[in-house]
Ligand binder design. Structure first.
Ligand SMILES: NC(=O)c1ccc[n+]([C@@H]2O[C@H](COP(=O)([O-])OP(=O)(O)OC[C@H]3O[C@@H](n4cnc5c(N)ncnc54)[C@H](OP(=O)(O)O)[C@@H]3O)[C@@H](O)[C@H]2O)c1
Length: 247
C-alpha cells in the first residue's frame, strides 16, 4: 500500500503570497508537509490560518527572483528540502515591436534563470540523498505563442526544456523533475484578461470544461506530483487546462 501523505516532508514553494502558489502551499501543509515560501511579499493571513489549523510549520524568506544574489542567499538560508515547487512567475505585456529588452530580460530572469538556480541549489542535495521532487509551473504558452507576450512564451517554452534536461540527469538518481501547465486560472496575473469582457468571453468559449481553472485545480496536480503516486513520472509537462489543448 502507498502512503500518499507528505507528513514530515520539507517543501519550498516560490511565489506563495497569492494565486496558484498560495493554493499549492496550502495543499502541501494540509498534506502534512512543513512549508517555507519564497517571494518578496509576506505570507497571506489565509495561508497562516491554514498552517495553524494543520499544525504544520510555515516560514517565509523574502526573495527577489530578478536578483541572483537574493536567490543564492535564500537557498543557503534553507539548506536541504525534500520538495521544491517553482511556482513564482512574472508576466509583462507589450506589442512585440515595442517590447523593451530590459522587460524581456526581467521575465527570463524570474521565469527561467531563477528556476534553474533554485533547481540546481536544492536539486544537488536531492541527488546526493537519492530522493526529491521538483515541480515547476509551465503554461499553455509552453505549447502556444500567445499574443503580446513574447518574453513569457519564450520563458515557458524554456521551462519545459529545462525540466526535461534535469530529468534526464536526475531520474536515475531518485529525483522526479516535472512540470504542470495550467490553463486559464483566475489570478492577479490575468487581471487584464479578466477585465476585458470580449477577450474573457472568447477565451471562456474555447475551454471544453466550460470554466476557467481555480488555483486549487492546479494545486491538486502539483501535490500529486510530489507524492509517491507519481514515483515513475519523470520529465513530464502535465496540462491542467480544462481540455484547452485537446481542442
Ligand atoms: N494564472 C494563470 O492563468 C496561469 C496560467 C499558466 C501558468 N501560470 C503560472 O503559474 C505560476 C503562478 O501564477 P499566478 O497566476 O498564481 O501568479 P500571480 O498571482 O501573479 O502570483 C505570482 C507570485 O510570484 C511571486 N513573484 C513574482 N515576481 C517575483 C519576483 N521577482 N521575486 C519573487 N517573487 C515573485 C509573487 O510574489 P510577490 O509579488 O510577493 O513577490 C506571487 O506570489 C506562474 O509561474 C505563472 O506563470 C499561471
Amino acid at each position: 500500500m502507498f502512503d500518499a501523505t507528505l507528513t514530515g516532508r520539507t517543501a519550498v514553494v516560490t511565489g506563495a503570497s497569492r494565486g496558484i502558489g498560495e493554493a499549492v502551499a496550502a495543499a502541501l501543509l494540509q498534506s502534512g508537509a512543513d512549508v517555507t515560501t519564497f517571494q518578496r511579499g509576506p505570507n497571506s493571513d489565509a495561508l497562516r490560518a491554514i498552517a495553524d489549523a494543520s499544525g504544520r510549520p510555515l516560514a517565509h524568506v523574502a526573495v527577489d527572483f530578478a536578483d541572483p544574489n537574493s536567490v543564492d542567499a535564500a537557498i543557503d538560508r534553507v539548506g536541504a528540502v525534500d520538495i521544491l515547487v517553482n511556482n513564482a512567475g512574472t508576466q509583462i505585456r507589450h506589442d512585440a515591436v515595442d517590447f523593451p529588452l530590459g522587460d524581456f530580460e526581467r521575465v527570463l530572469a524570474v521565469n527561467v534563470n531563477a528556476v534553474f538556480q533554485l533547481s540546481q541549489g536544492f536539486g544537488a542535495g536531492m541527488v546526493e540523498r537519492g530522493t526529491g521532487k521538483i515541480v515547476t509551473l509551465a503554461s499553455l504558452l509552453t505549447f502556444q505563442g500567445g499574443l503580446r507576450v513574447p518574453a513569457y512564451a519564450a520563458s515557458k517554452g524554456a521551462v519545459a526544456q529545462l525540466v526535461k534536461a534535469l530529468s534526464n540527469e536526475w531520474a536515475g538518481r531518485g529525483v522526479n523533475v516535472n512540470a504542470v501547465a495550467p490553463g486559464y486560472v483566475e489570478t492577479e496575473m490575468n487581471e487584464a484578461l479578466l477585465a476585458d469582457p470580449v477577450r474573457f468571453a472568447q477565451l471562456s468559449d474555447r475551454i471544453p470544461a466550460g470554466r476557467w481553472g481555480s488555483p486549487q485545480d492546479i494545486a491538486s496536480a502539483v501535490v500529486f506530483l510530489c507524492t509517491p503516486y507519481a514515483e515513475y513520472i519523470h520529465g513530464a509537462v502535465l496540462p491542467v487546462d480544462g481540455g484547452w489543448l485537446a481542442r
